[in-house]
Every structure is written in C-alpha cells, then in structure tokens.
Design a protein around this ligand. Structure first.
Ligand code: SF4
Ligand code: SF4
Length: 90
C-alpha cells in the first residue's frame, strides 16, 4: 500500500517586512576612535577615519536602530534615534 504523495507547490512569499531604521550620530569631539562600534555594528554603518581618527557614519541608511553602539560606547559619543516608517529624511 502506498499513497500517492501530494506534490506541494512551494510558494515563495516575498516577505517585505520593513526593518526598523535608526539615525545614528557621532560626536567627533567625544569619540576617541577606539573602534568598538565599528567592529560590532552588525550592518557596518560606521567607519573609522584614518589613523586613530574619530568615527564617521559612512552608511546611515543601513542602521537598524539596534543600539549596540550607543549602549557600548565607553565615551557616550554616539547615539541613535528611531526613524518611524515613512518619516525618512536624508
Ligand atoms: S565606541 Fe564610541 S569612542 Fe569608540 S569609536 Fe565608537 S563612537 Fe568612538
Ligand atoms: S544602532 Fe546598531 S545598526 Fe545602527 S549604527 Fe549602532 S550598532 Fe550599527
């Protein structure tokens, strides 16, 4: 006895869930360029400027507002605000 297998059509649903977005700001006067935030930002928003320089927001559009950088910066030199959907400003 063997039942025929129903061939299941796999529907690929495009999941276009919007990721949370954030706007990140670095205070260059406070940033000592330790690079912690650059190393650990999961989406590589931040980049170091030259040798020992402060950090710049190289890819602001990639910030997901996870706040890792804000919570771990030893010098409180970086902060993140949430961007509401539809409120995106360049
Ligand atoms: S963690 Fe803070 S002090 Fe270190 S590089 Fe990032 S912003 Fe600058
Ligand atoms: S909030 Fe998260 S994604 Fe945005 S810059 Fe900081 S570590 Fe990167």
């Amino acid at each position: 006895m063997s039942g025929p297998d129903d061939s299941e059509s796999v529907k690929k649903k495009k999941n276009k869930r919007k990721l949370p977005r954030g706007r990140v700001t670095v205070f260059p006067n406070w940033c000592k360029g330790c690079g912690l935030c650059v190393e650990f930002c999961p989406t590589k928003v931040l980049e170091k400027q030259g040798n020992g320089g402060s950090v710049i927001v190289a890819h602001p559009e990639k910030c997901t507002a996870c706040r890792w950088c804000e919570l771990h910066c030893p010098d409180f030199a970086i902060f993140v605000v949430d961007i509401e959907p539809g409120e995106e400003t360049a």
